[in-house]
Each structure stands twice: as structure tokens, then as C-alpha cells.
Design a protein around this ligand. Structure first.
Ligand code: AMP
Ligand code: GLY
Length: 444
């Protein structure tokens, strides 16, 4: 721990604090290896309190020390942290290790970990729990019913108004939601999820939900179990193709903030959604520490929760974190220690946009192993956050996943930011590269 020099009063001799202690840097481990984790590393590197950044597994473009340990190898991660004394914090970014209880296990060994416990992360890993939770505490969300019996679910959906939404209860790589235009489609979706086990055990239970109209906003908050601090809003683009066409993906680009979501809506959302959720998690005996993500559907002045995530969003984080003007390591520490209320967190009022470059074919099958060129030639002020990449024999990065990298920048207005992002994307190439051309194109 870094010690502060305090004025000494009375008889006690002055405490001697070594200079090395004041300047001591802490190493950290980031669990995960996508663009989101790269953005977290980028921001942590700006902290004068952070030394080396390790990652499990990280990726070859993140500029961190890759441990070779996978994000779901809990024992491997715990062993690594326990045997590296200078790692003073583990940041758990992805949903799977959170759902497996990595934060609980690290904490039980006295190791500092940023992220919710397994019980608190249940808001994400069980949609049925999240819906019942919202109903119990009067948090606005779509009408729904849950089923553990496929026959009953199929009978129920024949009577639902269409479109109707069918959701697998558990984690399904963001693919467990099916919007069905007809009752027959809804029956099929139930069959695929519950009987064919398309998403494995995640489909042992389904949520059948009313379809909501409107536009989507992602609102993220740092939480310390008791207090919260909101981040600027952001907007993801989930479909693969321009005009929100094509298949659902992990996200093809994001901007922050969402100008359409003004101060009044924010105030209302804080009052009806954010504060009640944080308060209710305490009542549940699972105070939420970490990043709580509210996926909102907004229709006029009506705001409803579509989903909770128990973590930073991807690719929202790659647009939101570059706007942060405070020390991210200090914020993570305050979330762990329950002292978030003592921090004044600063955000730039500029505009941020990122666009994802993906492998041809994504989110269906795609090829890997293509050389990536031009990513070092981007203009100053433009960030390249890497996701699915690995090192090639020639030292160049090669594609190694569906979402390969994203290009991000900040400017005084969206048009300048968008033009700069797309101008710099032109410099980057790899075989089969594709990206959406319409991220933020409706923004002034
Ligand atoms: P979720 O993982 O629950 O956020 O669902 C993924 C996506 O499905 C959301 O971002 C929405 O685009 C869509 N979606 C989920 N639930 C609904 C709903 N009740 N009405 C309309 N669209 C929905
Ligand atoms: N961008 C949506 C998510 O991270 O789940």
C-alpha cells in the first residue's frame, strides 16, 4: 500500500516513509483478451500507480504481458496472482469468469479483485433471475413469463402477441435472444433452445418476453456495493451490416455519448432504474461491486431495462473509457474498498466513436491467419484497440478472430470524429476485412 505523509502531532515520533514506498507502482492482471480489455489496459497505463500489466490471456496487440492462461482457467489465474506479489489487483472483465465466481475465489485468498461476486453477477448470468428481480423491486422492464418445461413454453407462445422475444436463461455468447415474428417461429426458438440445447445448459430455462419498441442505450456505472457513479451513455451497433441489417454480432461499433438521451431521461433513469437496482442488490444480500451495465430500451420518455450485464460492454467501452479524465486504477480501487463516494470522476464532454473491423463471414464462419497491415500508420489521436489477433512469424499481427480490431477517436463533434475514424480505417487492411460504414452517421 502507498502510504501518505501525515502531519505528526503530539508525542508520537514522526513516522518515516521511504521514497520508494511513495512512488511504488503496482502491477495488475486483466482477465480477458478483447478490444474491451485493450481499452481498459490503455487507460490503466495512464495511471502513475500502475506498473506492469499482465493479461489472461490478453492478445498480441494489447501491449501487455500475456500469461498464456485462459480467462476461464480459474485455478491458473489464482495461482499466477498468488505467486506474483507485485500484482495488487485483478480486473475480471468477461462474463464467464464472473459467472464462475473468480472474484469470490480471489477475494477468499485475500487477493484484490475488481468485479462482482458470482451472486451479484447473477443479474447477467440468469435472465430469469434478472426479470424476477426487476418485478420484485418494481424496476421497469418488458412483461414476461419464465419456463423450465418446453411443452408449457410452446403452449404459452401460441397465445402471445407477436413479435415475441424468446431468451435462453443463461450465458450464450450474446446469441441467446431470438425475436420471433410469428408464433410458429417462437415455438421453433423454444425447441432449439430447450430441446435441441443449442446453447447447452443455458437453455434449461427460457424467458418469453413482450417485444419493446424504441431505441437502445447502454448506460454503465461504477459501483462499490453502496454507491455508484455513472459513465457517459453509449450506443452499440449489434447487426453485422449497414442499416442494422444482417445477423446479430458481438457489436460492430459504438459511440458515446448518446445525444438523444438527454438530462431529463438520465435523471428519470437514475431514479427508476439505477438507484433502485443498486439498493435492491444490497437487500438481495449481493451488493454489486464492479461495472453494472444497463441495456435500456427508450420510447419517448419511457425507459425500460432490456438486460443487465455485470461488466463493461464491448465495444461500448472502447468509446466510453477514452473520455475518462480520472485515474481508472483509483476508481477500481474505490469500487473494491467501498469508497466511490469520495471520488470526483471527470469525463471529457467530447464525442467518441469506434468502428470494428471484422473477418469476412463473421458472425458466421470466417478464416483466420491473415496479415494485418497499416495499423501503425494511423494519425495521432486515433486508437487501434485489438481483439482477435495473434503474432505472426514475421512479427506482424495476424487475424485470429471474428472481431479483429476497432479504430477509435475523440473529437469536439461527431462528424469530425467519424470522418477521422473512417479516413484512418482506409489505411488498415487484411484479407476479407469488412466493417460498417454507418456508425454514427445520423449524428451531427
Ligand atoms: P439482450 O441480450 O437481452 O440485451 O438481448 C439482445 C438484443 O435483443 C437487445 O440488445 C435488443 O436489440 C433485442 N431485445 C432483447 N429483448 C428485447 C425486447 N423485449 N424487445 C425488443 N428487442 C429486444
Ligand atoms: N455490447 C454489448 C455487450 O457487451 O454485451
Amino acid at each position: 500500500m502507498t502510504e501518505k505523509i501525515k502531519p505528526q502531532i503530539g508525542k508520537n515520533p514522526p513516522r518515516i516513509v521511504k521514497v520508494e514506498q511513495l512512488c511504488e507502482k503496482h502491477d495488475v492482471l486483466i482477465v480477458g483478451g478483447g478490444g474491451r480489455e485493450h481499452a481498459i489496459a490503455y487507460k490503466l497505463r495512464m495511471s502513475d500507480k500502475v506498473g506492469d500489466i499482465y493479461a489472461a490471456p490478453g492478445n498480441a496487440g494489447m501491449g501487455v504481458i500475456q500469461t498464456g492462461i485462459s480467462a476461464t482457467d480459474l485455478d491458473g489465474i489464482i495461482d499466477f496472482v498468488a505467486t506474483h506479489d507485485n500484482i495488487r489487483m485483478t480486473i475480471v472483465a468477461p462474463d464467464d469468469p464472473l459467472g464462475m465466481g473468480l472474484v469470490d475465489k480471489l477475494s477468499a485468498k485475500g487477493l484484490r479483485a475488481f468485479g462482482p461476486t458470482r451472486a451479484a453477477a447473477k443479474l447477467e448470468w440468469s435472465k430469469a433471475y434478472a426479470k424476477d428481480f426487476m418485478r420484485r423491486y418494481g424496476i421497469p422492464t418488458a412483461e414476461y413469463a419464465t419456463f423450465t418445461d418446453a411443452a408449457q413454453a410452446k403452449e404459452y407462445v401460441t397465445r402471445c402477441k407477436t413479435p415475441v422475444v424468446i431468451k435462453a436463461d443463461g450465458l450464450a455468447l450474446g446469441k441467446g435472444v431470438v425475436i420471433c415474428d410469428t408464433n410458429a417461429d417462437a415455438q421453433n426458438a423454444v425447441d432449439e433452445i430447450m430441446n435441441d440445447k443449442k446453447f447447452g445448459a443455458a437453455g434449461n430455462c427460457v424467458v418469453v418476453e413482450e417485444f419493446l419498441k424504441g431505441y437502445e442505450v447502454s448506460l454503465l456505472a461504477f459501483c462499490d456495493g453502496e454507491h455508484y457513479k455513472l459513465m457517459p451513455t453509449s450506443c452499440d451497433h449489434k447487426r453485422a451490416l449497414d442499416g442494422d441489417k444482417g445477423l446479430n454480432t458481438g457489436g460492430m461499433g459504438a459511440y458515446s455519448p448518446c445525444p438523444i438521451f438527454g438530462a431529463e431521461l438520465m435523471e428519470k433513469t437514475e431514479k427508476t432504474v439505477v438507484a433502485p437496482t443498486v439498493e435492491a442488490m444490497k437487500k438481495e444480500g449481493a451488493p454489486f461491486k464492479g461495472v453494472l451495465y444497463f441495456g435500456l430500451m427508450v420510447d419517448g420518455d419511457d425507459v425500460k431495462v432490456l438486460e443487465y450485464n455485470a461488466r463493461f460492454g464491448d465495444p461500448e467501452t472502447q468509446s466510453v473509457l477514452p473520455l475518462l479524465e480520472s485515474d481508472l486504477y483509483e476508481i477500481f480501487g474505490a469500487c473494491i474498498d467501498g469508497t466511490l463516494d469520495t471520488l470526483d470522476i471527470g469525463w471529457s464532454d467530447k464525442r467518441s466513436i469506434n468502428v470494428v473491423l471484422a473477418s469476412g463471414g463473421y458472425p458466421a464462419s470466417y478464416k483466420k491467419g491473415f496479415d494485418i497491415s497499416g495499423a501503425n500508420d494511423v494519425e495521432e489521436g486515433v486508437n487501434v484497440f485489438y481483439a482477435g489477433v495473434k503474432s505472426g512469424d514475421n512479427g506482424a499481427l495476424k487475424t485470429d478472430g471474428g472481431r479483429v480490431l476497432c479504430v477509435q477517436t475523440v473529437a469536439d463533434d461527431f462528424k469530425t470524429a467519424r470522418d477521422r475514424v473512417y479516413r484512418n480505417i482506409e489505411k488498415i487492411s487484411f484479407d476479407g476485412c469488412f466493417y460498417r460504414k454507418d456508425i454514427g452517421n445520423k449524428l451531427a
